[in-house]
Design a protein around this ligand. Structure first.
Ligand code: SAM
Length: 304
C-alpha cells in the first residue's frame, strides 16, 4: 500500500528493494518514478522554470532555442511531463506538428489541460517503446530533464534513431557537471546524507543509467547509437535567488532522492539546506535571502 502523504516516506518497489539491499530492476524504476510524479505532479516545471541563466533563460528556453522557426517541423517532446516545453513551442505560432510522450498519466493530464485546443498530440508511452511514432517521422526530438532517469537507456536511444528523419536532430537537457556551479555539491551531499540515514545505498544505486550523468560517458553513449552524427555537449548554470526557505524547497525539487524523506525529516533537511543557501544576513520581510546554482548540460546530436 503506497503512502502518498509521505508521512512514512514515499515508498515504491524501488525503495523497498534498496531497503532490502537488492538492486532494483527497470520495472521497479518505472514504479518509483510514477509514484513520485503521482504524489508531486508538476514539480519539475515549478523548479526548472524558477531558475535562469546569465542571459535570463530558463532551461526550457535554452533547450528550445535550438529549434529553428521553420514552418511545419515535426517535433517530439520525449518525457514531456506537464508540457511546459510544448507550450513554449505552441506559443511560437509556427505551425509545428507537435507531439509529447510520457509514461506518467498524472503529468499528461496536466499537459492536456494546458495544451487544450493547441493541436498537440499527447501519448502515454514508455520511451523504450515508441510504437505510436512512425519510423523517420520526426525532424527534432527534444528531451528535457528525463534522459537521466531512463534505464535501460540503449533502447531509448535506438527508438530516437528510429523515429528521426535522416537529417533530423536530437537534443536533451541533462544535469551538468557538479563542479561548474559553486555550492551545488554541498547541496547534493547534504540531501543525500539525509536520505542515506533511511536508505544507505541510495546514491551508490541511483535512478537511471549513470553514463548519462558524465559528459564523456554521455558523449560516448550517444556516439555508439549515432556514429555518423555531430555530437556536442554545452554546459550552463541556472540560478535562483529569493527568500531562503523558498529557494531551499525549489533546490530540493531537483533531487528525486529528497522525495523519499518522511515529512519531519524533510523539514529538518530543508532547514539545513536553507542554512547553506543563505547568502546574506539581510532579511526579505522576516526571511533571509538565499541563492541556489544548478549545473545543466545541453546534448545535441545532429545527424549528417
Ligand atoms: C523530471 S520530469 C521532466 C518532465 C518534463 N520534461 C519537464 O522537464 O518539465 C521526468 C519525466 O520523465 C518521465 N519519464 C521518466 N522515464 C520515462 C520513460 N522511460 N518513458 C517515458 N517517460 C519517462 C516521467 O514520467 C516524468 O514526467
Amino acid at each position: 500500500m503506497k503512502d502518498l502523504n509521505n508521512l512514512k516516506g514515499l515508498n515504491s518497489i524501488w525503495t523497498d528493494n534498496l531497503a532490502r539491499n537488492q538492486r532494483p530492476d527497470s520495472d521497479a524504476l518505472v514504479d518509483h518514478l510514477r509514484t513520485v510524479h503521482q504524489a508531486n505532479t508538476g514539480f519539475t516545471e515549478l523548479c526548472a522554470s524558477s531558475c535562469r541563466d546569465g542571459s535570463g533563460r530558463n532551461s526550457y528556453e535554452w533547450l528550445t532555442e535550438i529549434v529553428p522557426d521553420d514552418e511545419n517541423l515535426s517535433i517530439l517532446d520525449l518525457a514531456c511531463g506537464s508540457g511546459p516545453l510544448l507550450k513554449i513551442l505552441v506559443d511560437r505560432k509556427k505551425n509545428f506538428n507537435l507531439k509529447g510522450v510520457d509514461m506518467c498519466p498524472e503529468e499528461l493530464a496536466l499537459a492536456k489541460k494546458r495544451l487544450i485546443n493547441s493541436g498537440v498530440s499527447l501519448i502515454e508511452s514508455k520511451a523504450q517503446n515508441l510504437t505510436a511514432i512512425k519510423d523517420k517521422s520526426i525532424d527534432i526530438l527534444l528531451c528535457h530533464w528525463a534522459l537521466t532517469l531512463m534505464d535501460p537507456i540503449v533502447p531509448v536511444l535506438n527508438e530516437i534513431k528510429r523515429v528521426l528523419k535522416p537529417k533530423g536532430f536530437f537534443a536533451a537537457l541533462v544535469d551538468g557537471p557538479m563542479n561548474i556551479a559553486p555550492g551545488y555539491k554541498e547541496v547534493h551531499d547534504l540531501i543525500y546524507s539525509y536520505v542515506q540515514e533511511e536508505l544507505p545505498s541510495y546514491g551508490e544505486i541511483d535512478l537511471g543509467d549513470p553514463r548519462i550523468r558524465g559528459t564523456e560517458s554521455l558523449s560516448d553513449l550517444a556516439k555508439k547509437t549515432f556514429p555518423d552524427a555531430n555530437i556536442t555537449i554545452e554546459t550552463n548554470v541556472v540560478s535562483l535567488e529569493g527568500p531562503v526557505t523558498e529557494v531551499a524547497e525549489i533546490a530540493a525539487g531537483f533531487f528525486y532522492a529528497a522525495f523519499v524523506l518522511k515529512s519531519e525529516k524533510r523539514k529538518s533537511m530543508i532547514t539545513s539546506l536553507a542554512r547553506i543557501l543563505t547568502i546574506s544576513k539581510d532579511s526579505i520581510g522576516t526571511e533571509k535571502h538565499g541563492r541556489f546554482l544548478m549545473p545543466i548540460s545541453r546534448l545535441v546530436v545532429e545527424q549528417i
